[in-house]
Design a binder for this molecule. Structure first.
Ligand SMILES: Cc1cc2nc3c(=O)[nH]c(=O)nc-3n(C[C@H](O)[C@H](O)[C@H](O)COP(=O)(O)O)c2cc1C
Length: 362
């Protein structure tokens, strides 16, 4: 091929890229993501809707938003929506229940802003949980203010360490009965954890069922993300926004163990540390507690300008859990969630479905 043909070919690809960019990205995604996080008041939107709205801004696995809310003035029930489970990566629904815990924690914080006390209890029969609301007079919890700022930031961080006082503060904020958080900030142990991440990540990326499930939840451009308002929008992970007809067939070519492991290594080596959430028992009630503890940790970190993202591969690949548990000295307890933290600029924010899709009659 002549040099001139190459230039024309290159120009065509660039033009296609620009057209794709114009078609698939636009101000409307950012506008929607910002509108979702605009200040609200219980008076203007109704107390129940105010509580549920803030609950839905919680972290949740694959952004499937696997929750259904019902209730009224004195209590809110949060049930798992198993139609939105991810059975390959999460066969026992651990992540579903952890996600319910994240939502319940946000809901309790929102209740404090509405002047209500709250108590969270798990329901029998893996039926989710109930948040009981007390009478007026509670003082607003300052963690509430970070709900709209929190995000999972899946980029390479800037390598700065977190000062000891902030480490102590985020560890203390994460306290939830029945769950402990372990912070790992020393390089040798972070490298050992990275080794487990790489082994587990390789197993996941090489499993066609895992890849197919993940791909189903990826929204490859802003149009798809806006239509569905759930799932993993590629730009939130630092990936290009592309038309689905290009991105879907190409996914298998770029999503390789080698490329993903290299990303994980850069992400870990630029982070200040890991937070590992380990609950006392391996059952849905305690998975909820792990989710609550993570959510509190995430909000307290966000309030201090500390960012975080999950690297859950070694807790998702069941055969890797004992090795991670031994490395951390958990005394045989199952590590629930693995999160890295540090400093970075924000990434594009994720969307949520409308309240009408998640509020149901009991
Ligand atoms: C239980 C649980 C497991 C998760 N696992 C991962 C993970 O392994 N990797 C990852 O990048 N994000 C993980 N996430 C983060 C979600 O993808 C994220 O919360 C969701 O996409 C919404 O984005 P946001 O938290 O920025 O609002 C997990 C979240 C929860 C609650």
């Amino acid at each position: 091929m002549k040099r001139r043909d190459l230039i024309i070919g290159g120009g065509a690809i660039a033009a296609l890229g620009l057209t794709a960019h114009a078609l698939t990205r636009g101000p409307s995604y950012e506008t929607e993501a910002a509108a979702l996080r605009a200040p609200r008041s219980p008076q203007a939107m109704g107390e129940f809707e105010f509580l549920v709205h803030h609950a839905t801004l919680a972290a949740n696995s694959h952004n499937t938003q696997p929750w259904l809310f019902s209730g009224g003035a004195d209590q809110v029930t949060i049930r798992p929506d198993l139609a939105r489970a991810t059975p390959v990566v999460d066969p026992d629904h651990h992540h579903v229940f952890a996600s319910l815990g994240c939502a319940a924690e946000n809901l309790g914080l929102a209740a404090s802003v509405a002047g209500r006390s709250s108590a969270i209890e798990s329901l029998d029969g893996n039926n989710g949980l109930r948040v009981s609301l007390g009478g007026a007079g509670a003082t607003p919890d300052p963690l509430f203010d970070a709900i709209t700022e929190r995000q999972c930031t899946r980029s390479v961080y800037d390598g700065r360490p977190v000062p000891a006082a902030d480490l102590a503060a985020i560890e203390a904020a994460a306290a939830v009965d029945g769950c402990s958080v372990m912070l790992v900030t020393d390089t040798p142990r972070m490298e050992q954890i990275l080794e487990l991440i790489v082994t587990a990540n390789t197993a996941q990326v090489e499993d066609p069922a895992f890849v197919a499930e993940l791909k189903r939840w990826i929204r490859f451009n802003a149009g798809e993300a806006l239509r569905q308002r759930d799932g993993l929008y590629s730009a939130c992970s630092g990936n290009p926004s592309l038309p689905g007809f290009i991105a879907r067939p190409a996914f298998g070519l770029v999503f390789t163990a080698e490329a993903e492991n290299a990303k994980c290594a850069d992400q870990v080596r630029s982070s200040a540390g890991f937070a590992v959430f380990v609950s006392e028992r391996d059952d849905p009630e305690h998975w909820v507690r792990a989710g609550r503890s993570y959510q509190r940790f995430a909000l307290a970190s966000t309030a201090r300008g500390i960012r975080h993202a999950f690297l859950n591969q070694p807790v998702e690949v069941a055969r890797m859990r004992p090795e991670l548990a031994a490395l951390l000295g958990t005394g045989g307890r199952r590590p629930d969630l693995l999160v890295r933290f540090g400093y970075a600029r924000p990434m594009p924010r994720s969307l949520r479905r409308p309240l009408g899709d998640v509020i149901v009659t009991a």
